[in-house]
Design a protein around this ligand. Sequence first.
Ligand code: UT7
Length: 329
Amino acid sequence: MKQPRVELIGTGRHVPEHILTNADLETMVDTSDKWILERTGIRERRIATADETLAFMGKLACEQVLESAGVDVMDVDTIIVGTASPDRLLPSQACDLQATLGAENAAAFDVGAACSGFLYALAVAEGLVVSGQARHVLVVGAERLSKITDYQDRSTCILFGDGVGATLVRARQERDRGILSSYLKTDGTLAELLYRPGGGAVHPPSLEMLNDRSYYLRMAGPETFKHAVVKMADACHEVLARAGMSPDDVDVLIPHQANLRIIEATAKRIGIPVEKAFVNIDRYGNTSAASIPMALDECVREGRITEGSTVLMVAFGGGLTWGATLVRW
Ligand code: UT7
């Protein structure tokens, strides 16, 4: 018997209400709306209040997923969360989400792959479903990056926002739809292009850390940019080749929303018209692991993705990590 495909059967997202505009940032650091818009494509991003925890936002996003999938929360047997900014370091974000959601029958754990976290989590979910270890897996990308962003560093603080996106996967015996191929890659030697120096076991929290701001996220922007375009395009070519397909077969490209110029350059390098690339970075900024599932949900609800659409998702982030997933919706 052939292996089942793994299909995505629901989507959902939640973003905080509070909007941080480029004009707001002009009052915080030496920057301008013009620079931010021209260099990144971002106009505004959402920032969570103290009450808008990832568990809270995740619950709202997952409830939408379950409603759109027509699946009861008690039938969820696994929750996987991709995040780099969990509510707390122990237990995992997925445990807190499981409790808030009331998904009593689910095992829950996080995947640490920064901005690639959602696609890494989706690949793990695919494996659990194909091997028969799980039936309904909630796959979540969730970030409250505002809590690890240095609002004195203009090169990073203009980029990041908060939000959660999610989907549900299950097996499908008919092989006409579902995940066609996926590809994950890492280069840990480039970790210090995008990382948080302090706060872990090597540099545990200290008063010094508050002064040198090493608790916050740091990024070598231009160098990261170059890797992003090349590696995302490579990942797309790889998943297309594995599925025996070409760039022309793709209906919708959902790239990680890191920078509009990265999205445009990546689409060009893959050989996909830029109009096929979904963009919402103008409204949400870079939400790391949440950006792809948030975009996916938006595409589905807007009718940009419909039954039979070929969807190419591609991510890149700290690690460095990158990957792509090709899905027939
Ligand atoms: O999500 C994970 C992966 N993330 C990425 O892939 C992000 C990759 N990197 C980027 O998106 C871009 O590199 C940035 C948006 C972070 C920066 O854009 P850039 O075009 O690469 O700018 P740059 O760092 O080369 O800086 C150009 C100039 C510098 O000034 P000088 O040295 O030319 O005088 C910066 O100091 O722009 C200056 N600058 C700013 N000016 C106004 C840097 N940040 C700002 C700012 N406002 N916010």
